[in-house]
Design a protein around this ligand. Structure first.
Ligand code: LRH
Ligand code: MN
Length: 427
């Protein structure tokens, strides 16, 4: 273990007096607003975010990769790193694997190691956007949409293999993101490609265990730059509706064209019971996969505002969505970046939970946009960081995870153990 719990508690003790003061002040303000602080803390503690196995190293871009050292060299070490994050923030209690980057060599050992780190296995991800060394057919011109039935069969079989690994590890869902598309007008028949994709997905869906979910992830562009078969929420929703009740749409925040109203997409999918889960990240231009809340924290709050409204709606048929991060690091320490991302997600969720929904609905019914904004921003501008910190402390984790990560020299110890040149598989 890189550190023991007592070291966290010792560092917490130094920061506790200041924390107690700001938390006391916040609790009084919240209770004056009729907010039950303990219920809020309980909801935050129950809210676990899955960490992507492919985001524990420095991904880089086509222009360069600048590894920071101490990157995990195996699935075991990736699970250890997520365990370290979970020990620091008590909010990262699951890992999402990507196959073949994370094929478990010894399933029992991996299950045991994850359990020892307090981790569950969230959705497993298939990969038919890269060719593997021993692969018979290339995915250069697509996978589930390919014109050649042998390529589609190969891609379907890969997804069935991913489900088998997931079953062995205790996962209950499969995320399918397809790079499939074209880069030139005329290159592909849109309708035939979509129909072939549906037929291939149906083979996968029909082979899934009866208690599994299928998440269909959409993306407007990249790696192809003219069309993507599953380009937007509407296409993903249509596919999920065609497939059946255990197929859902997965919303990756970075997979939207500029200025898309993502909170409206979320509200619409929830209303139809088809919102399966999230890949949280942030972006300024494209699929930048940056730290959650780094660019657009207000948009993240507005998304959680719709989520809370949907989750509190007794008539909603939407299951509890899968909360996952999908990020790629170039400049920040991957683990510090992920700690910041989990904090940003918990903050947005907590802010959405303190929105005065009754007053907001009244303002909306009276067509009073001024009052509606006042009510929303009252919640957004309430600094709930002491409450998130209190939730961590009560769970035995760190008051300030990033500062503890640094004070305990976790990265230095990882570099000492794994070397300065170790590279993680993934993006
Ligand atoms: C595609 C994507 C998808 C993953 C990959 C790592 O951009 O968001 O979710 O498979 O990133
Ligand atoms: Mn994603």
């Amino acid at each position: 273990m890189l550190f023991d719990k007592n070291q966290i508690h010792t560092l917490n003790d130094q920061a506790l007096p200041d924390h107690r003061e700001s938390f006391e002040y916040l609790s009084q303000r919240l209770s004056r607003r009729g907010v039950k602080t303990n219920e809020l803390i309980k909801k935050i503690q129950e809210f676990q975010v899955a960490i992507p196995s492919w985001a524990l190293g420095t991904g880089g871009t086509r222009f360069g990769r600048f590894p920071g050292g101490g990157e995990p060299r195996s699935l075991e070490e990736k699970i250890s790193d997520v365990g370290t994050l979970h020990a620091l923030n008590a909010g990262s209690g699951a890992i999402s694997l990507h196959i073949p980057w994370d094929i478990p060599d010894n399933v029992e050992k991996i299950r045991h190691h994850a359990a020892a780190n307090g981790l569950l296995f969230d959705a497993v991800n298939s990969n038919t956007f890269q060719d593997q060394p021993d692969q018979e057919f290339s995915y250069k011109f697509g996978s589930l949409c390919h014109t050649d039935a042998r390529v589609r069969k190969q891609a379907v079989n890969h997804n069935l293999e991913v489900i088998q690994y997931g079953k062995m590890l205790g996962s209950k869902s499969l995320t399918v993101w397809l790079a499939d598309g074209s880069s030139f007008p005329g290159q592909m028949n849109f309708r035939k490609a979509l129909q072939r994709t549906l037929d291939s997905l149906r083979e996968i869906y029909d082979s899934m265990p009866s208690d599994w979910k299928l998440f269909v992830e959409y993306k407007p562009y990249e790696p192809y730059f003219y069309h993507t078969v599953i380009q937007d929420w509407g296409t993903s929703h249509w596919l999920a509706s065609q497939l059946g009740e255990r197929a859902y749409t997965l919303v990756d925040l970075g997979h939207h064209l500029p200025n898309t109203n993502i909170e409206q997409v979320v509200a619409t999918l929830m209303m139809q019971g088809k919102l399966g889960g999230f890949h949280f990240n942030d972006s300024k231009f494209g699929d930048d996969d940056l730290t959650v809340g780094a660019m657009k924290p207000y948009q993240l709050f507005l998304i959680f505002n719709e989520l809370v409204e949907g989750m509190e709606d007794p008539n909603s048929s939407n299951p509890s969505p899968a909360w996952m991060i999908d990020a790629s690091h170039n400049l920040k320490d991957p683990m510090e970046d992920l700690l910041q991302s989990v904090e940003a997600i918990q903050l947005a969720y907590a802010q959405a939970l303190i929105v005065d929904r009754l007053a907001l609905e009244n303002a909306r019914d009276n067509n009073d946009p001024v009052l509606a904004q006042e009510i929303l921003q009252e919640a957004f501008r309430t600094d709930l960081r002491p409450l998130i910190a209190e939730a961590r402390v009560q769970s035995g984790a760190a008051l300030h995870p990033v500062s503890v990560f640094r004070k305990l020299e976790v990265r230095k110890k990882l570099i000492r153990e794994r070397g300065s040149k170790s590279l993680a598989t993934g993006l």
